[in-house]
Design a protein around this ligand. Structure first.
Ligand code: H2U
Ligand code: ZN
Length: 352
């Protein structure tokens, strides 16, 4: 990377969304007098009698969880989407558009253990979570009126997560949501124009000059995207081109579990805190068509900026104009690469 990328304000193009991000590396020396946030104490008990997600406990709407020992999936008690909908009456105005949107929302408890985050789970437990995601993607995707299955996780109160018990969510709906739809269009355009996959080509370029690569194994690479908006944002890419996670073989599942665990330990150890993020798996629509242009991947969007106490907010110029960052993707990748990942900080007794 030419050194000017570290000194000159510039904008970078997001290949997946077609949007630009403003990068202002010269600004990283400005003083900070903003808010500092209290750090989140990680849960300590393996079982919490007041937790809605622990085995055997009653949930908020009255249902009771079984005494599960493997990943446990249930229909969200307060779902944003509902399966059986009547037609919406005619438009509320000549220009205003609305459509009924049928869908399904589920919650996935990763482990019966209240205190284990993804990074602390034994690899076999993480493989079981991956198998659960695959099963749900197939099962929900097979419903004729479901065309998109979004697997995601909110972690930490900073991201609006309601409970430290390790869990994620799945929302599946009739129409492909805005962001995966945009990524699909971009991948399709590239595939049509160049006859190859956008993310295969991009990954090859990243590996040729691995300044943004954070970690890798035989099957996966984690990197800070050139166009990252969030400070320590990463993109997890399979080396093998595939449009969905259903094709993962046993060795690939183990490799995926390994790298997801390692990335979680890296994130938590970076600021010795329960590192908040939103994670999501992007895959091809479940519309019954082949999508050779689609390269499945996982996004991690963490809001923390320079310590466990300072977070980035999308306000001002970012809300009104375009996203902006000070620390470059390359500097953040460098910092993430330097984090020791041999042990989780909680096992080293450095708990905050
Ligand atoms: P978060 O991971 O973002 O906190 O979301 C947890 C989800 O779990 C949330 O969508 C659901 C909430 O509706 N939930 C239940 O379905 N039952 C409960 O008893 C508690 C939470
Ligand atoms: Zn719990």
């Amino acid at each position: 990377m030419p050194p000017e990328y570290d000194t000159i304000p510039h904008r970078r193009f997001n290949l997946l969304t077609g949007e630009w991000v403003l990068v202002s590396p010269q600004r990283t020396r400005r003083p900070w007098q903003g808010q500092t946030e209290a750090t989140e104490a990680p849960p300590v008990a393996a079982y919490d009698p007041t937790c809605y997600l622990c085995p055997g406990n009653e949930r908020a709407a009255g249902a009771r969880n079984p005494e599960y020992s493997q990943p446990f999936v249930f229909t969200n008690d307060f779902p944003a989407l509902l399966p059986d909908l009547p037609r919406l009456p005619d438009r509320p105005g000549p220009l205003l558009q609305a459509q009924a949107e049928p869908g399904v929302c589920r919650v996935v408890c990763y482990s019966p253990r209240h205190d284990l985050s993804f990074g602390q789970m034994p690899p076999q437990q993480a493989v079981a979570v991956i198998d659960t995601w695959r099963r749900e993607y197939v099962e929900l995707g097979a419903l004729p009126w479901i065309n998109a299955v979004q697997i995601f996780e909110n972690r930490g109160t900073a991201m609006g997560c309601s409970n430290p018990h390790p869990h994620g969510q799945i929302w599946a709906n009739a129409t492909v949501p805005t962001i995966p739809a945009r990524e699909g269009e971009r991948q399709e355009d590239f595939f049509r124009e160049r006859g190859k996959c956008l993310l295969c080509a991009s990954l090859a370029e990243e590996l040729a000059d691995p300044v943004r690569v954070v970690m890798a194994n035989n099957h996966f690479v984690v990197l800070v995207p050139f166009w990252a908006v969030w400070p320590f944002e990463t993109l997890l890419l399979p080396r093998r081109h595939d449009s969905r996670i259903t094709g993962l073989g046993p060795e690939e599942k183990e490799a995926l579990a390994e790298i997801m665990i390692r990335l979680n330990v890296c994130y938590d150890n970076l600021f010795a805190t329960v590192f908040p993020y939103s994670m999501g798996i992007h895959q091809q629509p479940t519309d019954g068509c082949e999508h050779p242009e689609w390269h499945w991947h996982v996004h991690y969007y963490p809001p923390l900026l320079r310590s466990a106490a300072v977070r980035k907010h999308m306000v001002g110029y970012e809300m009104m104009a375009m996203p902006q960052r000070d620390l470059t993707a390359e500097r953040c990748a460098e910092r993430l690469r330097a984090v020791p990942v041999d042990r989780h900080f909680r096992e080293r007794g450095e708990q905050r």
